[in-house]
Design a protein around this ligand. Sequence first.
Ligand SMILES: NC(=O)c1ccc[n+]([C@@H]2O[C@H](COP(=O)([O-])OP(=O)(O)OC[C@H]3O[C@@H](n4cnc5c(N)ncnc54)[C@H](OP(=O)(O)O)[C@@H]3O)[C@@H](O)[C@H]2O)c1
Length: 368
Amino acid sequence: MDHTETGRRSDARTVGVQAVEDAMRRALELAAEGPAHGPNPRVGCVLLDPAGRTVAEGFHRGAGTPHAEAAALAAARAAGADPRGTTAVVTLEPCAHHGRTGPCADALIEAGVAAVHVAVADPNPVATGGADRLRAAGIEVTTGTLAEEGEELLRPWLHAVRTGRPWVTLKLATSLDGRVAAPDGTSRWITGSAARAHAHRVRAQVDAIAVGSGTVLTDDPSLTARTLDGGLFEHQPLRVVVGTRAVPDGARLRGPGGPLLHLPTHDLDEVLRTLGEREVRHLLVEGGPTLATALLAAYAVDELHAYVAPVLLGAGASAVAPFGVTTIGEAARLATRSVTRLGDDVLLVARRAPTQNGRPARPTKEEI
Ligand SMILES: NC(=O)c1ccc[n+]([C@@H]2O[C@H](COP(=O)([O-])OP(=O)(O)OC[C@H]3O[C@@H](n4cnc5c(N)ncnc54)[C@H](OP(=O)(O)O)[C@@H]3O)[C@@H](O)[C@H]2O)c1
């Protein structure tokens, strides 16, 4: 391939590795400013001149708005800068398809960028191929720059696109002895206000939130994402009820908040497939114990958010019921990712190690 014809390759070489990595860090920061919910990935883009200085930046603000690359090119032009000969540093491989907006690969080619650095290759079968298209146009493309950080930012989205099922976060709010309710069934509130406020912020970042019908009938939750003053966050997740019993007419779930989806089944494969088809990328499951246990037994929990309060109940429903573990070697063990103090409570975030097919599984005995 004749790169000299375009005169781009020599420009690209002048941007050093350090400048590209710094720009990728910035692009990841920008990407994180986009909404965590929605069908589209969070993407950031930084354009560098041949000396490694930032020409313009952009990020994707959600479905229907310009992609990060288009936003950065527009910002460059708005500032009177010529994107020709720049190096584009992008957190996700530029798309090659006509979706709600045109292909980003074409926009970069038309703008005359010299090189493109990508953190994560696009696994989306309808959008992939951007890197090849760029290369075919004589543009140098490097993938894998800060790949781990890029994968982490896009974790739920990547998982959903790769498997066709949402990333499942199981939330448990328990006493120190692992209980979610007192013997009389009361459970409000085990955790304090800081933990509850945190959980509401998480709700505002996910696409859907699910409970079993037992929780609907016992607690009559609204499953809305609420701000500290009790108002509603702008984004309200889809509210999903799993179970055969009907959602009562007067249930809070039918009030203000996200749309309600009742799935009258116990088949969790079907539930996750249905949600995947609706482009739910991140599902937050808020119980109760029966649904939580069924998900654990089906190896369908990708991440656990355990809000643990320094409260002892001694009796009452446990967060999870028996799910086949008879000896310690069979325990579902998770790897702690973070521990955060929230008022008097603690939030433990943990994940299972993924298996080869992308689904979480129990570790082997050798790993314990
Ligand atoms: N502290 C917390 O974090 C927390 C959170 C939520 C709930 N809770 C407490 O949990 C208690 C309710 O417990 P729960 O276990 O009844 O709640 P649940 O898990 O929300 O609901 C259980 C029901 O879900 C349906 N279901 C859906 N998928 C199922 C499956 N794969 N296998 C079996 N059943 C399935 C069944 O109802 P159908 O017969 O209708 O099919 C089942 O009876 C309440 O006391 C509530 O306060 C606490």
